[in-house]
Design a protein around this ligand. Structure first.
Ligand code: ZN
Ligand code: FE
Length: 257
């Protein structure tokens, strides 16, 4: 399996998944037509499928033009997004199997950012859209904090730490600044911020990360850690400090950070 990152629009990431044995490929989140179609032409792969993590315009902006260029594409999304994703012809639910050539994968339903948000797991790579970012998570547009907590801290965190995380936006530096505000003594956060700042300065991308890195430096996956709980308590936001409440407060703090 080969993964190519496809920067789209301003700070979106789409991804090309290539099965090197068959030459078949799939695109995760076709945010913009041109960068995707030119990469497909350059690599000479056969585009078979589009995997949508959710229906937002910045993730499907290139979809209709790709459908025009490659008629017969399979377009996947969560079942409830059928009317929100143009051309969607395959409905997925939690645990649905997917494939790209000889590569097999499965779907994790991770509602929170939107009700139909899903992540795609192929081998040891997880495509998270706007559910999990580098050092952060998506805003809660449709789902509840409890749903997003479960998606991140129960479903995603149960995957092996070596799992690579391919996220939907380059927000890592801003997210790490918030992580440092929450956990000023967490060295994993300060070191990651230093590294990300160098990387971005050199024009490099911070995707993919790994679940291990996220568990060490992403406050939204650390709702039970003393430093995070203490910081939430200290910022004067009540005494309900069970992990779900900590998550809820963190997300609210981040919204106005
Ligand atoms: Zn979104
Ligand atoms: Fe987005």
């Amino acid at each position: 399996m080969k993964i190519v990152v496809l920067p789209c629009s301003f700070d979106n990431y789409g991804y090309l998944i290539i099965c090197e044995e068959t030459g078949e490929a799939a695109v995760v989140d076709p945010g913009e037509y041109y960068p995707i179609s030119s990469e497909i032409e350059r690599t000479g792969v056969t585009l078979k499928s589009i995997f949508c993590t959710h229906h937002h315009a910045d993730h499907i902006g290139g979809l209709e033009d790709l459908l025009g260029e490659f008629p017969g594409l399979s377009v996947y999304g969560y079942e409830s997004d059928k009317r929100r994703i143009p051309g969607m012809n395959h409905s997925l639910t939690d645990g649905s199997k997917i494939r790209v050539g000889n590569i097999e994968g499965q779907v994790l339903h991770t509602p929170g950012h939107t009700t139909g948000s899903i992540c795609y797991l192929l081998e040891d790579v997880l495509f998270t859209g706007d559910t999990l970012f580098g050092a952060g998570c998506g805003r809660l547009f449709e789902g509840s904090p409890n749903q997003m907590y479960d998606a991140l801290n129960i479903k995603i965190k149960s995957l092996p730490p070596r799992t690579k995380v391919c996220f939907g936006h380059e927000y890592t530096i801003q997210n790490l600044k918030f992580a440092g505000f929450i956990e000023p003594e967490n060295e994993a956060v300060s070191k990651r911020l230093e590294l990300a700042t160098v990387e971005r300065g050199e024009g490099k991308l911070t995707t993919p990360s790994t679940l291990k890195i996220e568990c060490e430096s992403n406050p939204f996956l650390r709702c039970e850690e003393k430093g995070v709980v203490g910081s939430v308590a200290e910022k004067g936001l009540g005494e309900a400090l069970d992990p779900t409440s900590v998550f809820t407060v963190l997300r609210r703090l981040k919204d106005s950070f």
